[in-house]
Design a protein around this ligand. Structure first.
Ligand code: SAM
Length: 326
């Protein structure tokens, strides 16, 4: 890609505020083996704010709140209100499964939050129950309508494509972008559960793109908001756009700009590598902002390949998605 592996492009931090989730998505985690973190291990909001402030001081400008399911954690609205005011943090985003959006969307909007991603893999109620283990599709659809009516923008819908499970619905899901000013993003399945399950249900997005051309020409978007791993397209007559995220068939480490902080305070330079830097213990032992900043800097340098021990390449995440936050 010809891009320099500098740390300056690393300006995006994904903050997982909880490992708890109100869904049990089949592809996310081995739920049978999953054990929730003791609550004392989870960073308190004031600790998260302190770390986000340090990150803001050393070049992180975009923070995405994720989980687990962030909306199940009490006090999130107040936390978001404070996050918006940290120096250096110019963009705050939230990723949610949408189940609790009908009641929480107005308060979230009032914090100043505008960037909202909703995960939704199917529009069929029984299928939703099969994928997520819960019968919450009506709440998610109501949450989506409410978010659109309130004016969240950009509003993105994340859909993991699963061969033999929901790949016959890609046209219906794409239609959400015809009827709403939102971006429907199709995502390739990553092998976070078993290799065998992944092989059975992985579908490269080239196949999805082929099917979606039935809607009309897919015109590459020229809008500024296209930064990030998604390739964005417009379709004539659509209010919104379509996006494609290919972590398996087309990932480019050199353009990845994100760090991840797990709910128990481990900073991960890469989703798919086991390397983690512990921030919780240093924070709780009273380390100052400058030293915490060095730890962020170290993670950035690991990511940019500037230090001797490069991240071990792997296509498998060493932790489940629910504990990293996607
Ligand atoms: N609960 C929130 C949600 O549902 O958006 C945030 C956490 S969830 C782990 C974040 C994203 O990771 C979701 O969009 C989910 O579909 C995606 N995800 C989880 N496991 C995945 C996998 N194996 N492959 C691709 N995406 C995955």
């Amino acid at each position: 890609m010809g891009e320099e592996p500098t740390t300056s492009r690393i300006n995006y931090l994904r903050l997982s505020v909880t490992d708890r989730c109100n869904l049990r998505c089949r592809y996310c985690t081995y739920w049978r083996d999953w054990r929730k973190l003791p609550s004392g291990e989870i960073l308190r909001y004031e600790e998260l704010l302190r770390l986000a402030a340090v990150a803001g001081e050393i070049g992180i400008s975009k923070v995405r709140i994720t989980g687990g399911e962030p909306l199940v954690r009490r006090g999130l609205v107040e936390f978001l209100g404070k996050l918006h005011h940290l120096p250096g943090i110019t963009k705050v985003c939230l990723t949610t499964n949408g189940v609790l959006l009908p009641e929480q969307a107005p308060a979230l909007y009032d914090t100043g939050l505008r960037h909202l991603n909703i995960s939704l893999d199917t529009l069929r109620r029984e299928r939703y129950r099969q994928i997520t283990g819960k019968d919450h599709l009506p709440e998610v659809l109501a949450g989506l309508e409410k978010a659109a009516a309130l004016g969240f923008h950009p509003l993105k819908i994340n859909c993991v494509v699963l061969k033999g499970i929901n790949d016959d619905e890609v046209l219906d899901l794409a239609m959400l972008a015809r009827d709403h000013p939102c971006q429907v993003r199709f995502i390739e399945l990553m092998p976070t559960v078993s290799q065998e399950w992944w092989q059975r249900h992985f579908l490269p997005l080239t196949e999805v793109v082929r099917r979606l051309t039935l809607l009309g020409p897919l015109v590459p978007s020229t809008r500024e908001a296209t930064a990030g791993p998604a390739r964005i397209f417009q379709v004539p007559g659509f209010q919104g756009e379509l996006g494609f995220i290919t972590p398996m068939s087309g990932h480019h480490c050199r353009t990845c700009n994100r760090l991840r902080l797990t709910a128990d305070g481990k900073l991960r330079p890469c989703l798919l590598a086991a390397t983690e830097l512990d921030l919780k213990e240093p924070l709780r032992q009273g380390l100052g902002n400058d030293l915490l900043g060095y730890l962020f800097q170290e993670a950035m340098e690991l990511k940019a390949g500037k230090v001797k021990h490069p991240l071990p390449p792997s296509r498998h995440s060493s932790r489940s998605m629910v504990s990293i936050g996607g």
